[in-house]
Design a protein around this ligand. Structure first.
Ligand SMILES: [Zn+2]
Length: 385
């Protein structure tokens, strides 16, 4: 029996756009879709100017609404899941930062135990993204120097065991000691090695990518750049089929540079992330990131010295920004917000696009690309319709 029947909007399927679409969801999966002008009495009907697209997948998010993954409590994860669903995120990687080994241990343990039971009322946690502590002191951004370590194989093995395999992505600096063996170890543990918070030379980045790094964390931010005499990680991003994260808030990367990246790399090797911290969806004021004070003003979260300290970006605004800045179309943005991150995690058979049999992780957007309804696995999590 069909559990939910939606009618009216344009449907962005894996194979193309269907106008005046009807979409049926059976339990947690997409059952069928077709173009239809008849009105069914049992359907939820939206204007034909609205769009149905796959749910957003955020591979890099630390916090929102006053909570952070490093709080290491189930309540923090509950709040995050529920709040992120409001911005259209249907699944995400809970992201840690460089803090004490004990604090990282608690955060991992908390996510692992949270994942032991199903949670239907919020966005799905797909696992962990460890950002640090194996990062470069000269590109640490808002991480603290006292917590930075060289890549440590014994530690990552211990953490992945503690996590029951839930660590999916790890951001580190490949110019640090032991990186070659570390990359090999990450691959055997099914963790995607990501280059980030790195001052690697272009050559060092090339070696790391050839060894198996498959991801670049917040491209251009906290990394060696596109300098004409001293090219770094950012140049490597353009030389390989490697997925690069973008923070599309207009503060972390300029619109012109974002436009350049999308033109150069195309839509298939980029993904939108928020990298948001606990001040998202909160009023301007003083917050904490790790042990440091962060000041939120004019939609920018900064340390006292002016260093950007994560973002307060919502996924729905990241998508909206790309479209409104004429950087890409809604159809193209779906690669960055859903398809590519799903593929990166090896989950594209279940999520990331609208296709029959996949989980019904779906958004309804209005003409302004605001999320008016979020559905995860067939259940309405959020609606302002
Ligand atoms: Zn981050």
């Amino acid at each position: 029996m069909t559990s939910l029947f939606i009618q009216g909007p344009s449907l962005y399927t894996e194979d193309g756009i269907i106008e005046n679409a009807s979409l049926s969801i059976h339990e947690d999966c997409i059952e069928a879709f077709f173009s239809c002008h008849d009105n069914y009495s049992n359907s939820v009907t939206f204007p034909s100017s609205y769009s149905i697209i796959p749910g957003y997948i955020d591979l890099h998010v630390h916090g929102v609404a006053g909570v952070d993954v490093m709080d290491a409590t189930p309540e923090a994860l509950n709040t995050m899941s529920q709040m992120l669903a409001r911005e259209g995120t249907t699944s995400f990687l809970a992201t840690t930062m460089s803090m004490s080994i004990e604090n990282i241990y608690s955060a991992i343990k908390n996510v692992a135990s949270y994942l032991q039971t199903p949670h239907e009322n919020g966005a799905q946690i797909l696992g962990l993204h460890l950002e640090g502590p194996f990062i470069a002191p000269d590109k640490m951004g808002a991480h603290q120097k006292k917590y930075l370590l060289d890549p440590n194989i014994a530690l990552i093995r211990e953490w992945q065991t503690l996590a029951n395999g839930a660590i999916k992505l790890l951001t580190f600096a490949p110019e640090l000691n032991n990186s070659d063996q570390f990359i090999n170890c990450l691959q055997t543990l099914n963790i995607i090695p990501a280059i980030g918070h790195s001052n690697a030379t272009f050559q060092e980045a090339e070696v790391a990518i050839k060894r198996g790094c498959k991801h670049i964390t917040h491209l251009f931010n906290a990394m060696s750049g596109l300098h004409h005499r001293y090219p770094g990680v950012a140049l490597s991003a353009f030389q390989h089929d490697i997925l690069c994260e973008l923070i599309a808030d207009g503060h972390h990367v300029s619109w012109d540079m974002l436009n350049f990246v999308v033109q150069k790399k195309g839509c298939h090797e980029l993904c939108l992330v928020t990298d948001s911290m606990r001040a998202k969806c909160m009023p301007d004021g003083e917050y904490r990131l790790g042990e440091q004070k962060v000041y939120l003003k004019n939609s920018q979260a900064k340390l006292e010295d002016g260093t950007l300290a994560g973002s307060v970006l919502r996924m729905q605004d990241a998508v909206k920004n790309l479209i409104q800045q004429n950087i890409c179309t809604l159809k193209e943005s779906i690669f960055l917000s859903s398809i590519n991150p799903a593929k990166q995690l090896g989950l594209f058979n279940k999520i990331g696009s609208i296709a029959i049999g996949k989980w019904a992780d779906i958004l309804i957007l209005n003409e302004q690309y605001d999320v008016v309804m979020t559905i995860k696995r067939g259940k309405i999590l959020h609606s302002v319709y």
